[in-house]
Design a protein around this ligand. Structure first.
Ligand SMILES: CC[C@@H](C(=O)O)C(=O)SCCNC(=O)CCNC(=O)[C@H](O)C(C)(C)COP(=O)(O)OP(=O)(O)OC[C@H]1O[C@@H](n2cnc3c(N)ncnc32)[C@H](O)[C@@H]1OP(=O)(O)O
Length: 252
């Protein structure tokens, strides 16, 4: 199974389970994420949502380039991009704190998934970045809009996106993207983080989350994410993009 859903003690966890592909997102994972979101949206007993990747190499390497490379035009790419943007918007507006447990590399769309969460716990061994620029596209799943909604420093955010570099965990923390950097075991880091949050009543977390969601609703975050998908789709059809993906797939 390309994903796992576990709900234990009020913590709902979605694990992308394709470690051999560095947890790249394909349609099966998108279907799983949709199921997960529906469960969390409809179960009041859930107090925290967590998204992570299987293994210790990657949180998520973005879209599965072998599966999506068949899209040649903007019209072909847009349905996939806008569907995932819609799912990440739903992830971001879940009524409980949403935690990205960044156990390994988070690049491209992987960075967009983590950016759509409220908190990012990042392994000291992980690396991450919006590397889409190296493929001659922008982020296409609404991740840039998520960043602009959440990061304080506009110039640092624009630099993070447009330079398309891979950063160390420490660098990710210094630009304000990583909430915490942990050494060692990811599950232990998650338990510590959640046990600290549990010192405060769940209704307080939910109430603050509601305020954040009101802000995002009023500033049209969903529409901006869908517009981001449309903009990426336009770049998708360029020769520069197809040539860059060919180079990755041919391991040049
Ligand atoms: C499509 C949406 C778009 C968006 O809107 O954001 C994107 O996400 S663009 C996609 C961005 N992702 C990439 O460009 C992939 C980048 N991958 C990497 O940089 C590295 O794989 C890694 C994540 C840093 C991990 O490096 P490492 O641990 O050294 O593993 P390998 O590179 O050897 O990968 C193992 C295996 O997995 C395949 N792989 C990795 N990522 C993807 C991917 N996104 N799609 C398809 N396949 C992927 C890689 O080709 C290797 O395959 P094999 O050699 O056949 O084992």
């Amino acid at each position: 199974m390309s994903y796992k859903i576990e709900i234990t003690n009020g913590i709902a966890t979605f694990t992308i389970n394709r470690p051999e592909m560095r947890n790249a997102i394909n349609y099966a994972v998108m279907d799983g994420l949709e199921t997960f979101l529906s469960k969390v949206e409809s179960d009041d007993s859930i107090a925290f949502a967590v998204i992570t990747g299987a293994g210790d190499r990657a949180f998520c390497s973005g879209g599965d380039l072998s599966e999506f490379h068949g899209f040649r035009t903007a019209k072909e790419a847009y349905p996939m991009l806008s569907r995932m943007a819609g799912l990440l918007y739903r992830l971001s507006i879940l009524p409980v704190p949403v935690i990205a447990l960044v156990n390994g590399a988070a690049v491209g769309g992987g960075c967009e998934i983590a950016s759509s969460c409220d908190y990012r716990l990042v392994s000291s061994k992980a690396k991450g970045g919006f590397i889409q620029g190296t493929l001659a596209i922008t982020s296409g799943w609404g991740g840039a809009s998520q960043l602009f909604a959440k990061m304080n420093n506009h110039t640092a955010t624009l630099k993070f996106l447009s330079e398309a570099k891979v950063h160390t965990a420490q660098q990710l923390q210094s630009i304000g993207w990583a909430t915490d950097v942990f050494e060692g075991d990811a599950q232990e880091a998650l338990e510590n983080f959640i046990s600290d949050k549990k010192k405060i009543h769940p209704s307080v977390h939910k109430a603050y989350k509601k305020l954040a969601i009101t802000n995002w609703t009023q500033t049209g975050l969903k529409d901006r994410m869908i517009e981001e998908a449309a903009q990426c789709a336009k770049l998708w059809e360029s020769d520069a993009h197809h040539e860059a993906v060919d180079r990755f797939l041919n391991k040049e």
